[in-house]
Design a protein around this ligand. Structure first.
Ligand SMILES: Cc1ncc(COP(=O)(O)O)c(C=O)c1O
Length: 395
């Protein structure tokens, strides 16, 4: 047999995602999984029922239209108008995808040529690196550094070269919880316009902002025509398994992304698309209550982690808290996370996996708080066992 490696060299070193490894460890050890960002309770009953109804009524059981069912495209356009005053034509400026993950992949594959440079905030969500690599492009990280995790805008300017094609912006940002301020967004927009760059914005945590507010980059001057905005129903409605995401942008940008998307999944999640259309139209109280619930959980876990001895970087948004383990006498987040299930029955994610500059994230560990209150309380109690019983089985 040929000695040539089986895996395409663009994907070399990408292995199994850390989420799969840690979730398997959680199952094997019976640990509380604060690693992967999925809620442990499903979203609203009426939305689940809408999916059941769609299945029973035969809505979406066969291939739905390529761009997504008209009901959902209309609901996405209404959502952008309702929350941000952005107007999109549901027929030409909205595309439904298999989660934000497919939207990211399709957008990068559609818009990049081999050798193009993509500037993305690091630590970055792991699919960015893989998709940039699959497109043959080059990722250029702008490192968000502890403790504030703000983008250095002068550094951003210095990273732009004639090969820069695209800025990949994630706000609210996973894993740091950074929410870009209006001033930061304005500076990013100015650079994008000045250098005629395309921008992809990953806004999957748009409704999970606890400090400040979410502002879409597409709303800034000169940005609508160059921005592919991406979001998804997974986080906002607590149905991460449904994999319904979407893209909004100009007809030309959406057509480009659709060209790649049609050869990835073609279409997906037929009946769920109808249910998500109903979810997006839930009253403001749904969104406010959801945010308030997660805000309480953020505070509960942040306080518990602090008393357990972690340095806590309070997130402004998302499902996640980034911590530093140095005060616990630890240095290496990856080794710490591999040992944590055995030590105290909790699973977390080492932030180093989200960095090219692994030194910058070496001692950072991420915990998800999108779990039931009693689960978070139990996790905190277990983590308190780390204190005087370092290295021992504290459970
Ligand atoms: C920043 C970010 N983008 C995209 C996704 C993927 O979203 P989806 O489940 O809709 O594919 C996630 C999921 O964790 C995420 O954190």
């Amino acid at each position: 047999m040929s000695t040539r490696p089986l895996l395409n060299r663009r994907l070399e070193g990408m292995g199994t995602t850390i989420f799969a490894e840690m979730s398997a460890l959680a199952t094997a050890t019976g640990s509380i999984n604060l690693g992967q960002g999925f809620p442990d309770t499903d979203g609203p009953e009426e939305v689940r029922e809408a999916a059941v109804r769609a299945l029973r009524e035969g809505l979406g059981n066969q291939y739905p239209p390529g761009p997504g069912v008209p009901e959902l495209r209309a609901a996405i356009a209404e959502h952008q108008q309702r929350f941000y005053g952005l107007s999109y034509d549901p027929d030409t400026e909205v595309l439904v995808t298999a989660g934000a993950t497919e939207a990211i992949a399709a957008a990068l594959l559609a818009l990049l040529e081999p050798g193009d440079e993509v500037i993305a905030f690091e630590p970055f969500y792991d699919s960015y690196a893989a998709c940039i690599a699959m497109a043959g492009a080059v990722r250029v990280p702008l490192t968000l550094r502890a403790p504030a995790f703000r983008p250095d805008l002068d550094e951003l300017r210095s990273l732009i070269t004639p090969r820069t094609r695209l800025l990949l912006v994630n706000t609210p940002h996973n894993p740091t919880g950074t929410v870009l301020t209006p001033e930061e967004l304005a500076a990013v927009a100015e650079l994008a316009v000045e250098h005629d760059l395309l921008v992809i914005t990953d806004e999957v945590y748009e409704h999970l902002v606890f400090t400040g507010a979410h502002h879409p980059l597409a709303a800034l001057p000169g940005m609508r025509e160059r921005t592919v905005a991406i979001s998804s129903a997974g986080k906002t409605f607590s149905f991460t398994g449904w994999k319904v995401g979407w893209v909004t942008g100009t007809p030309a940008l959406v057509a480009a992304v659709r060209t790649a998307k049609q050869y990835l999944t073609y279409v997906s999640a037929g009946p769920f698309q109808y249910a998500v259309a109903e979810a997006l139209r839930l009253p403001d109280s749904y969104y406010a209550d959801f945010r308030a619930d997660l805000h309480r959980k953020r505070d509960l876990l942040a306080a518990g982690l602090a008393t357990a001895g972690f340095r806590v970087f309070e997130p402004q948004g998302t499902y996640f808290i980034t911590t530093d383990i140095t005060p616990l006498g630890e240095k290496d987040g990856t080794a710490f996370c591999r040992a944590l299930p055995e030590r105290c029955g909790v699973v977390a994610i080492p932030n180093a996996v989200f960095y090219d500059d692994t030194e910058a994230g070496l001692s950072q560990v991420r915990f998800a708080f999108c779990k039931r209150t009693e689960v978070l309380e139990e996790a905190v109690e277990r983590l308190h066992g780390l204190h005087g019983l370092r290295g021992l089985h504290a459970r």
